[in-house]
Ligand binder design. Structure first.
Ligand code: MG
Length: 384
């Protein structure tokens, strides 16, 4: 490994049994050959909520013509792509690759069905009750409460660093707003392994959504070339290098080039910021004036441009409008139906009502559903 790539060793989260950040709410005996963060990753991978990611939409619920390709990303395959990129970059930077991979496996576990349209609809339904839906906090509830696999504790009993990373995924909470999160160092930035996930997530879906957009026919090659200069540069190169290759393969080469360029730039910018800060310890990262994991200014502008393009032409495209409308209708009607008749909720969820309120309990139940399950539930009791 090129030593220039690696960051000072003190920046990596230490993952030994006695380290502060591997502390669990319920103390457990050390495993003879597995590390604490490695065990956390396995617990997430074996969780029911993780398996349900296979049935949750990333971008598509259904296309206007009703056809769904098996090649589009689900939340599960997106999660595995983020895990792959995170592990690779963390290892190359000399960070704790096991922790980065574990955080990537957990990063979307709190997402409701129907992608962002589902999240928006659930948030709206809760807003009427003075509550909010926040997928990070929902993820924390999943790993600390809803998962029931172990006889000696409720939840997955994950290490402190993993719970902190889940809470701080792509946002920062203030201690005043969230006193219940006090143990998660709210007035400090998370370790680099956690900061990294926000960017590897962005990188993974920017590239894969262009890919799925093309595959679905909602986006055209010409359109992407025209509006996403980063893609165009790598596509021109692929056309030069492989003049006889099929269009699908040169487009793929361009997407691969984009992914590599974004990941490489991210590592370079992290190194630059660490050097400028003179950071040598985790405390330096926690107390830095800004987050350290970021793209450089030029690449950040390119990424933002690709994202604007995806919003305008893919996420908010007329082709997906009907599925967004459907998601909103299903979630709103089902939410109202459970609110009106809580006896329709499963017994283990009904138990939560006295402590968590009915609205929160209904939202928790709906958030756990897959796209297929919520359609069935809607037909059973929600459909007007
Ligand atoms: Mg994600």
């Amino acid at each position: 490994m090129d030593s220039e790539i690696r960051l000072p060793a003190g920046l990596a989260v230490r993952g030994g049994e006695v380290d502060e950040l591997t502390r669990r709410a319920v103390p457990e005996a050390a495993h003879p050959y597995r590390t604490p963060f490695g065990r956390d990753g396995s617990r997430i991978l074996h969780a029911r909520a993780f398996r349900r990611l296979a049935g949750k939409t990333q971008v598509f619920a259904r296309l206007p013509n009703g056809s769904i390709s098996d090649h589009f990303r689900s939340r599960l395959t997106h999660t595995l792509e983020v895990a792959q990129i995170s592990r690779t970059l963390a290892a190359a930077l000399g960070l704790n690759a096991e922790l980065a991979e574990t955080l990537a496996l957990a990063h979307d576990i709190g997402h409701p069905p129907f992608g962002h349209a589902g999240e928006k609809a659930l948030h709206l339904a809760l807003k009427a009750h003075g509550l909010a839906f926040d997928h990070n906090l929902h993820a924390l509830r999943i790993v600390t409460w809803f998962e029931e696999r172990y006889a000696s504790f409720r939840g997955l009993n994950l290490s402190l660093a993993v719970r902190e990373g889940i809470v701080k995924h792509s946002r920062d909470y203030t201690p005043a707003q969230h006193p219940e999160l006090a143990e998660y160092f709210l007035d400090q930035f998370p370790p680099l392994e956690a900061q990294l996930i926000d960017l590897t997530d962005e990188i993974a879906y920017t590239v894969s959504d262009l890919d799925d957009g093309l595959e679905s026919g909602i986006l055209t090659l010409d359109q992407i070339r025209e509006s996403v200069p980063l893609f165009r540069g790598f596509h021109d190169r692929a056309l030069r290098l492989f003049p006889a290759a099929r269009a699908k393969l040169t487009a793929n080469e361009a997407l691969k080039g984009m992914l590599d360029a974004l990941a490489t730039d991210l590592m370079a910018e992290i190194r630059r910021r660490v050097r400028d800060l003179g950071a040598t310890s985790l405390d330096d990262i926690r107390n830095a004036p800004r987050r350290i994991a970021a793209l450089g200014p030029e690449m950040e502008a390119q990424r933002a441009e690709a994202k604007r393009f995806l919003y305008a032409n893919f996420y908010n495209s007329p082709e997906l409008e009907e599925s967004h409308r459907h998601a909103e209708e299903v979630i709103a009607t089902l939410f109202a139906a459970y609110l009106a008749d809580p006896s329709e909720l499963p017994a283990d969820h009904r138990e939560q009502i006295p402590t968590q309120s009915l609205a929160r309990t209904v939202a928790d139940y709906i958030a756990g559903m897959t796209d297929a399950y919520i359609e069935q539930a809607w037909l059973r009791c929600g459909k007007p």
